[in-house]
Design a protein around this ligand. Structure first.
Ligand code: M6P
Ligand code: ZN
Length: 185
């Protein structure tokens, strides 16, 4: 009997070593309408990479799981911290886990009833994203925020449900920390 070398993930930064790893970069220019201050967004370089996702390929059938890491750069648009687009799942009942590995930030959860919660993301933090809950990572720190994610391959992404108003809560820099502001009722 022989043994195989599985893919490796560095748990201090979330970087994978695997021959077939898939990577996707999200630029500031592709995040139109996401940040609160459109003038500040327009004044910044469109080609700037805000976050990168790396994930292992997997067959997208019922019961299977994806694993991947989101690396979110530190930065702001105006006073608002860099963040991921955020999404509900296409199959909204499908849940997900996030694990903080590097950096400091927040996981914004928007529940089915519209209520929002913020969870502190830091190395070692474990985040259960329940069914019917939109989720977004926010980098409130000065280094890259990396979080490992595990989610059902059938979950899919639904970015439309949050439009046109977006998440109810935004997080802005205040002094050396942050403040959250409700955007609408
Ligand atoms: C995590 C997972 C992915 C997601 C990615 C980026 O890695 O939740 O499914 O695509 O974050 O988030 P978004 O799709 O909101 O840009
Ligand atoms: Zn998700």
């Amino acid at each position: 009997l022989t043994s195989i070398i599985p893919p490796q993930v560095n748990l201090t930064d979330g970087c994978f070593t695997a021959p077939d790893i898939q990577r996707k970069s999200t630029t500031l220019g592709s995040l139109a309408g996401i940040f609160a201050d459109p003038a500040a967004w327009r004044a910044m370089p469109a080609e700037l990479a805000v976050y990168q996702v790396e994930m292992l390929p997997c067959e997208q059938r019922e019961g299977e799981l994806f694993v991947g890491t989101t690396h979110l750069q530190p930065g702001r648009v105006g006073n608002e911290f860099f963040m991921t687009r955020g999404h509900f799942h296409q199959r909204p009942e499908q849940a997900e886990f996030y694990f903080g590995l590097r950096g400091q930030g927040l996981l914004l959860l928007q529940h089915r009833d519209g209520a929002c919660t913020l969870e502190q993301v830091a190395p070692g933090s474990v985040h259960h994203i329940p069914s019917f809950t939109a989720h977004r990572l926010i980098n409130t720190g000065t280094e890259v925020l990396s979080a490992l994610a595990v989610w059902p391959t059938v979950a899919g992404h639904n970015y439309d449900t949050l439009q046109p108003q977006g998440f109810k809560l935004r997080v802005f820099a205040e002094g050396n920390g942050w403040k959250a502001e409700a955007q609408y009722e």
